[in-house]
Design a binder for this molecule. Sequence first.
Ligand SMILES: Nc1ncnc2c1ncn2[C@@H]1O[C@H](COP(=O)(O)OP(=O)(O)OP(=O)(O)O)[C@@H](O)[C@H]1O
Length: 530
Amino acid sequence: MAYNQEGQYEEEHKKIQYPLDTTCYKILDEIGRGVSAIVYKAICLPMNSSVIAIKAIDLDQSKADLDNIRREAKTMSLLSHPNILKAHCSFTVDRYLWVVMPFMSAGSLQSIISSSFPDGLSEPCIAIVLKETLNALAYLHNQGHLHRDIKAGNILIDSDGTIKLADFGVSASIYEPISGYSSSYSSSSSCLMFTDVAGTPYWMAPEVIHSHTGYSFKADIWSFGITALELAHGRPPLSHLPPSKSLFMKITKRFRFSDYEKTKNSKNYKKFSKAFKDMVGLCLDQDPFRRPSAEKLLKHPFFKSCNKGPDFLVKHVLHGLPSVEQRFRQVIKIQRLLSLKKSDEDNDDEDPIHGEISKERRISGWNFNVDGFELDPVLLFPAEKDQEISRLKPDNVDDVVKQVDVSELFSDTSTISSPGGSRQSSEVENAIVCGGDRKIHAEIGGAGSVSREVMLASLLFLKKSLDDQRQNVMNLISFFHGEQHVVEVNRKDNLIEVIEKLRNEVENEKKKNSALQIEIEFLKSQYSNE
Ligand SMILES: Nc1ncnc2c1ncn2[C@@H]1O[C@H](COP(=O)(O)OP(=O)(O)OP(=O)(O)O)[C@@H](O)[C@H]1O
């Protein structure tokens, strides 16, 4: 790394002017694809055929307009940090914007885990990657910038283990609210806030999804926490759902609990340190104000005790890894196979939204579960009673929800079951409650007009659902008890596995129970106040 006299980091290529002409570049291979861009490995002919990466952004598909992209590129060119990937230059080619940047030969952490570490990286490796990323984030925030798209796909690694944060496609400067800028921007509150929805759904902070409440630097911290889970488990939470659907379900729709459970059935739960879990827990606080700043997070024991460097990543992650272009070809192959398989399956699928009511649980928010090292859903009422209760909701609910126009949140509305012009009241209610416990209570507190009968019916329904599930577990337990005398010794391992599964089910039941218990206690106190 080179530092100038002021101690600022200075990249070696800084003074070199890269040509703004396509004929000077020769494309070698495709190495990646994003939502609206293709990334190529290429060489720059007048620069001794040095290898570079070109990101060709389709301006017709990109949400941001050219002026915004240019402005952002200019702003980014003023930033300089060893953990931030800076573009060499950018220029338009027909309807594409070419961003010429250094080639990070091992590609993104996302492409590495998806090809070679499907169950995630080891904790010491994660610590190095996250620490370097956090250095970049702390610098960015200090300079008044939000990244707004922190995820493993935007963390790049070079052959020497150097980590750089990339892709400032949706980043924004908090100091430059220029008119015409696609972000809505508000400075009316005590801190500067954005209100547009930016980023990638799985990594989005709750306050970004509820963009009417505004968000700021802490939204990046949430995404950083999700990225930690992504590196640890090989995927972000809810990633078994299409991005738009996961977001959509989180904020407006019923979510089948059984769908969520599938994500937690990972056979080989890895053990992670308390420090790691604690650090992620701080990032994934529903309340952005309670999340630490990037600077403060760097002082967390998890990062303080991380004393390994890039060499460790070379040895434990990069060694024996297929090249970025080979990995990309593999991904494309798998995607093709999966899309063929999916189109077959889609024909047989039941409607995911209107499936069996008994399997559905409405999710009102997300809590970080330290022991399970996952995001856990906070359960609300069973779906069937939603309509009855929401019919009785206070009138101002619709006004609040008008500010959350779900159809505007997605560029890819094709995968969403259309919310329609007149939204159903059950969806409406869900949209307000999913921001966390405080909001749930505010909403239920507002439902003072709900009749005793309806509440009682809801609670009885909940109780029956719990009884049914308890009964199922009891049946399974007695089934295996009865079988015991014929179980041979060599089946002991299988039995242990089954018991473990049952134990998990019982644990899950307990968790569900306590979430419901809280709701019930709250409702009881509402009634006693009446
Ligand atoms: N400078 C680079 N050097 C090497 N590989 C790169 C570089 N930039 C991107 N890539 C590879 O290309 C892939 C796609 O990158 P891109 O930034 O388009 O997509 P993304 O960030 O995964 O998706 P999105 O469009 O949602 O942001 C990355 O995952 C990475 O493997």
